[in-house]
Design a protein. Structure first.
Length: 421
């Protein structure tokens, strides 16, 4: 089906321009005005709203398999498209975990024909010898949890150097949950020192291996400073979550809304906020971590983020606290460049037609009961914000119309090496 998008303010070359978009066979085929654009099967009038490249989340937990009661590929990717994410990268701490080629392929096959957005899959190798084959089997990147390694996973310096050398050799990237469990306090609280120590440890190993590193959900002032001070020396990047950026322990119940790393004090939170705005932090990752209400009552860490991250950023834009250019960088351009994704992220002829429509003037109250995610909990529940996703288009097909999913599972694709990255 051919599709035209008319009457939009289209994000092109860091500006909003009045341009008509023509889509054919899932690609952007022509940009122009309504007079010189080819006829289409369907024309969508977006009523002067913003047309933006689809967002990319580099940090999602789509669960499924033995964790399907928390979230599955259908509900998780529905949440993604409702939140303006057209591509998500899925973390490997599933049940069973993605630690070898067999489990990776099983998960990829399980996702096919069930996903509404495009999905890439991380893996977490037990053996350094598995790294290259995992990459050839279309793993998007690698991930380790320093505070909570998988069974039989040796994360000593000696073995990490082996793994990092292999990742470097295949020109991939290692994402790191940087916390040292030996520095948790006597009540098992995740101290700021545990994060800072782990970040410095990985930076030291990166200098020895030339492995590209991406630090996930950085939450501390000292951690950010360590990363900033070493960016010119080693190939490192970092992300923050919207909750670590916006919330702190002075105004949010961090026990009720527990996550790992936990919410921090105001000083750390303000540093994260300012670093997102000024460029010290490269990416916003949702850390979409759905749990059942029972699991949350039992203290499981995390909460859903795919449906609220972009609206929260648009609300900050409407309050003049962040620019639209910066939102583009942290949710589109930097994730794409850092993880080597192809043919997305620009509204440009020949690029994949992964697009979203944003109504930045519409007031919305975050209501967990309206989430498409199975998880119905959030520290942002009840917040009134400006900005909603009015439409999501993936591979040239309208998947979300601003109120409901209007496509079938299988609209999204599993990302493949040499095609998508």
């Amino acid at each position: 089906m051919n599709l035209n998008i008319i009457n939009g303010r289209v994000w092109i070359n860091s500006n909003l321009e009045n341009i008509t978009i023509s889509i054919k066979d899932g690609k952007i085929s022509k940009l122009g005005n309504q007079d010189n654009i080819p006829e289409a099967d369907v024309s969508i009038d977006v009523e002067n709203n913003i047309v933006f490249p689809g967002c990319v989340d580099v940090h999602s937990h789509l669960r499924d398999s033995e964790f399907s009661y928390k979230e599955d590929f259908i509900s998780g990717t529905q949440a993604a498209v409702a939140g303006g994410f057209t591509t998500v990268l899925d973390m490997p701490n599933t049940n069973p975990p993605i630690i070898n080629v067999k489990e990776l392929k099983k998960r990829q096959n399980n996702a096919k024909n069930r996903i509404f957005c495009n999905v890439g899959f991380y893996s977490s190798p037990i053996r350094s010898e598995d790294v290259n084959q995992l990459r050839l089997s279309n793993t998007i990147a690698f991930k380790i949890y320093l505070h909570k390694p998988f069974k039989e996973q040796d994360l000593s310096d000696v073995n990490l150097i082996r793994i990092m050398n292999r990742i470097s050799e295949c020109d991939s990237i290692l994402a790191v949950h940087a916390e040292d469990h030996q520095l948790f306090d006597q009540n098992n609280n995740h101290t700021t020192e545990s994060e800072v120590h782990a970040i410095n440890r990985i930076i030291k190993l990166a200098k020895q291996t030339n492995c590209k590193i991406h630090f996930v959900h950085v939450s501390t002032k000292e951690g950010i400073e360590a990363i900033k001070n070493n960016k010119s020396i080693v190939d490192i990047s970092c992300e923050a979550t919207p909750h670590h950026m916006i919330l702190n322990t002075e105004k949010t119940n961090s026990e009720k809304h527990y996550c790992e790393p936990p919410l921090r004090d105001k000083e750390n939170q303000e540093t994260i906020f300012n670093s997102v705005v000024d460029g010290g932090i490269d990416i916003i990752g949702t850390d979409h971590a759905p749990h059942s209400l029972r699991d949350k009552d039992e203290g499981k860490p995390g909460f859903p983020g795919l449906e609220i991250t972009l609206p929260l950023m648009i609300d900050l834009y409407m309050k003049n606290k962040i620019t639209l250019q910066r939102i583009y960088e942290i949710l589109v351009d930097n994730p794409i460049k850092r993880f080597g994704l192809r043919n997305i992220g620009q509204i440009k002829e020949g690029y994949n037609a992964d697009l979203i429509v944003i109504n930045e003037n519409k007031m919305n109250t975050i209501n967990v009961n309206n989430f498409l995610s199975k998880a119905k909990n959030s520290p942002f529940d009840g917040n009134q914000i400006l900005g909603v996703v009015a439409k999501t288009i993936i591979n040239g097909q309208v998947v979300f119309d601003g109120k409901k999913i209007i496509a079938s599972p299988g609209t999204g694709r599993v990302l493949e090496k040499e095609v998508d990255f």
